[in-house]
Design a protein around this ligand. Structure first.
Ligand SMILES: *[C@@H]1O[C@H](CO)[C@@H](O)[C@H](O)[C@H]1NC(C)=O
Ligand SMILES: *[C@@H]1O[C@H](CO)[C@@H](O)[C@H](O)[C@H]1NC(C)=O
Length: 395
C-alpha cells in the first residue's frame, strides 16, 4: 500500500469515527443524518472555541440566516409587531375571500433559532404558498442573555398585536381561521400562549386550532421513559435538553445540577406531579420496561430563586383540567426517538381527558426536529407535507 492510500485510509477512518453515531435501525438515510448531526456538533464545538477566544458564538449562527426575499408566489417582509421582530409571509395570488393565518414560533431550546433561519424561512414560505395563508413567524429574545418570562412575553406581545381586528383586516385575515403553531421550544411557547389567551380579557379574537410539533411541555420530571430511552440520542440528548430548560430560567448551574439529578421540585409543590405522572398519563406501550418511582424532592431555595419552572407559562402541562377544557382543536406531533416524546404524549392524554379534540400523530421512525430537515431528508419532506395537509383540512 502506498503512503497516499494509507493517508487516505486513515483520514476516512477518522472522518467516519467523527461522523458515525449509532442511530435506531429504522431511520431512513442514516449516513446523511449522521453527517448533519456531526456538522451540528462541530458547529457547537467551534462556538465553544470562539467563546473562549472572546468572540460571540453568534457569528456562526448568522450563517443560517437568510434575508427576506420574496419569490414568485410569496411576499416576504421583516417587520416589528409591538417591538418584536417578525417575518411575515403573504401569498401573492389574489384571494376573493379572507385568508387563513398561522402564527408560528420557532424552536431552538429558548437559546437559539430565528425566524430567518433557512429551515424556518422554508417552512414559512411553504405554509403561505400551499395554504394560501398569511404566516407570521415570530422571534423572541433568547437565553442566556434573557431568561423566562422574556421569551414568553415577547411571543405573547407579538401575538396580541396580531390578534386585533385592525391588524388582521390589514393583512386580509379571517379572524375565525387562525392557528398558533410551533416546534420544540416554540411548541412550548405555542402551547403556553394558546392557554394564556383563553383568559385574557384583552384578547377578543380566539384561535381556531393549535399545532404543537414535538413540544417541550414540562420541567418537573426529567426522568420520563422518553428521557431514559433517548438520553444519548442524536439531535437532542438529555443533557442538552436539561441545559436548555435550566438556562431558560437561570444561568446558575445549581438548577442544572438539580434538574440532571431530577431533584429540583420541592415537597411543597408535590401536588403538581399528578399533572406529569407518566404512570397514569402514558399509554401502556410507552411505559414498557420502565418502573415508575415517586419523585425525590429538592430544596425549596431553588424554587424561591427560580420559580419559573413551576409556572404554567413555562410548563403548560401544569394547567388544571378546568383550564385545558377550553382549548381549541389541537394537533400534536411526537417522535419516537425524542426525549420530548412523553411530554407530547402526556398532553394528548390530559387534553383528551379534559374533553379537548386532539389529533395526534406519532412518527415511529424519526428523531427530534423532523420538520427542520425539510428539503434535506425525505423524512422531513414527508412530515412537512403531512403537517401542511392537516392544516389545509382543519384551518
Ligand atoms: C409557485 O407556485 C407554482 C404553482 O403552484 C409552483 O409550481 C412553483 O414551484 C411555486 N414557486 C415557488 C418558488 O415556490
Ligand atoms: C403516580 O401514579 C401512580 C399510579 O396511579 C401512583 O401510585 C403515584 O402515587 C402517583 N405519583 C404521584 C407523585 O402523583
Amino acid at each position: 500500500m502506498g503512503k497516499k492510500s494509507l493517508y487516505l485510509l486513515i483520514s476516512c477512518a477518522l472522518l467516519s469515527y467523527f461522523v458515525y453515531t449509532p442511530l435506531p435501525e429504522n431511520i431512513e438515510q442514516p449516513w446523511k443524518m449522521m453527517t448533519i448531526w456531526a456538522l451540528v456538533r462541530a458547529q457547537a464545538q467551534l462556538s465553544g472555541i470562539l467563546k473562549i477566544l472572546g468572540f460571540s458564538p453568534l457569528v456562526i449562527t448568522h450563517l443560517f440566516k437568510v434575508p427576506p426575499t420574496s419569490d414568485a408566489n410569496v411576499t416576504v417582509t421583516d417587520t416589528l409587531f409591538d417591538k418584536v421582530p417578525v417575518r411575515v409571509f403573504e401569498p401573492k395570488q389574489k384571494s376573493s375571500t379572507m385568508r387563513r393565518a398561522v402564527f408560528y414560533i420557532h424552536g431552538g431550546g429558548w437559546t437559539m433559532g430565528d425566524a430567518t433561519w433557512i429551515p424556518y424561512d422554508n417552512l414559512g414560505r411553504q405554509m403561505a404558498d400551499k395554504l394560501g395563508a398569511v404566516v407570521v413567524s415570530t422571534n423572541y429574545r433568547l437565553s442566556p442573555q434573557y431568561h423566562f418570562p422574556t421569551q414568553f412575553e415577547d411571543v405573547y406581545d407579538a401575538l396580541r398585536w396580531f390578534l386585533r381586528k385592525e391588524v388582521l383586516a390589514e393583512f386580509g385575515v379571517d379572524p375565525a381561521r387562525i392557528c398558533i403553531a410551533g416546534d420544540s421550544a416554540g411548541g412550548n411557547l405555542a402551547a403556553a400562549a394558546t392557554q394564556k389567551i383563553l383568559d385574557d380579557p384583552e384578547v377578543k379574537i380566539k384561535v381556531k386550532i393549535q399545532s404543537l410539533l414535538y413540544p417541550a411541555l414540562q420541567a418537573l420530571d426529567m426522568d420520563l421513559p422518553s428521557y431514559r430511552e433517548n438520553a444519548h440520542m442524536a439531535i437532542l440528548p438529555k443533557y442538552e435538553m436539561v441545559v436548555f430548560w435550566s438556562m431558560y430560567f437561570t444561568s446558575d448551574k445549581a438548577l442544572e445540577e438539580a434538574m440532571l439529578a431530577n431533584q429540583h421540585t420541592p415537597v411543597e409543590s408535590s401536588h403538581l406531579f399528578q399533572f406529569v405522572n407518566w404512570s397514569t398519563l402514558l399509554p401502556e406501550r410507552f411505559q414498557k420496561g420502565h418502573l415508575y418511582t415517586n419523585p425525590i424532592h429538592g430544596h425549596s431555595d431553588l424554587t424561591k430563586k427560580y420559580p419559573g419552572f413551576l409556572d404554567v407559562r413555562a410548563s403548560p402541562l401544569l394547567a388544571d383540567d378546568s383550564k385545558l377544557q377550553a382549548l381549541p382543536l389541537t394537533h400534536i406531533l411526537t417522535c419516537q426517538y425524542d426525549v420530548l416524546r412523553d411530554d407530547g404524549l402526556m398532553y394528548v392524554s390530559r387534553l383528551r381527558a379534559a374533553g379537548v379534540q386532539v389529533v395526534h400523530e406519532h412518527v415511529e421512525d424519526w428523531l427530534h426536529g423532523v420538520l427542520s430537515f425539510n428539503r434535506f431528508l425525505r423524512a422531513g419532506d414527508r412530515e412537512v407535507n403531512k403537517y401542511l395537509k392537516w392544516l389545509g383540512e382543519n384551518l
